[in-house]
Design a protein around this ligand. Structure first.
Ligand code: IMP
Ligand code: MG
Length: 170
């Protein structure tokens, strides 16, 4: 496995994103983060600990029918949110945007719940793989078309616990 982004590089970028998010919302207004399970959980955990006390959070799980290491396009809800989004500043927290199909589905269903604002933060983006045009306001790192693991991202449910991002060799 080759390290693509080491732990220190990720941590400092996550702190930058947290500061940018805090600056972008009026100081007295709450920010509600929606973590997309399972991949988003490490990013979410570090992000919220770099933010102030106005942050709240919830979790959603979706499954894209995956074929080997490529995601296949169809999306299914596995676990819905515990609370509604009406009138709340909401940010979707994703591990990676690849084709953009998962995120497009999530943005559509969450927008229908009438949040005050809806934005997306993803740790990684692979723009060369995009199949649909999707808006992501906060991007940690833009990467090449490589299959990566670690910091929440898995291959066959393994490697999510790595503190860094690595390229998985075949
Ligand atoms: P999309 O719908 O194609 O954008 O796929 C997004 C999902 O595919 C992510 O949330 C990941 O679960 C998975 N995925 C895409 N690329 C990678 C990768 O390089 N490593 C691990 N998972 C990936
Ligand atoms: Mg994911």
């Amino acid at each position: 496995m080759n390290v693509l982004l080491d732990a220190e590089t990720i941590q400092s970028r996550v702190r930058e994103l947290a500061a940018e998010i805090e600056r972008d919302y009026p100081p007295d207004e709450a920010i509600h983060l929606v973590c997309v399970l399972k991949g988003g959980f490490v990013f979410m955990a570090d992000l919220v600990r770099a933010m102030g006390p106005r942050v709240t959070m919830d979790f959603i799980a979706v499954s894209s029918y995956a074929k080997s290491t490529k995601s296949f396009g169809e999306v299914r809800m596995l676990k819905d949110l515990d609370t509604g989004l009406q009138g709340r500043h909401t940010i979707i927290i994703e591990d990676i945007v690849d084709t953009g199909l998962t995120l497009t589905y999530l943005q559509d269903i969450l927008r229908a719940r009438a949040p005050k604002t809806l934005r997306t933060a993803c740790l990684l983006s692979k723009p060369s793989r995009r199949a649909v045009d999707v808006t992501v306001e906060y991007v940690g790192f833009t990467i090449e078309d490589r299959f990566v693991v670690g910091y929440g991202l898995d291959y066959a449910e393994k490697y999510r616990n790595l503190g860094y991002i690595a390229v998985l060799n075949e």
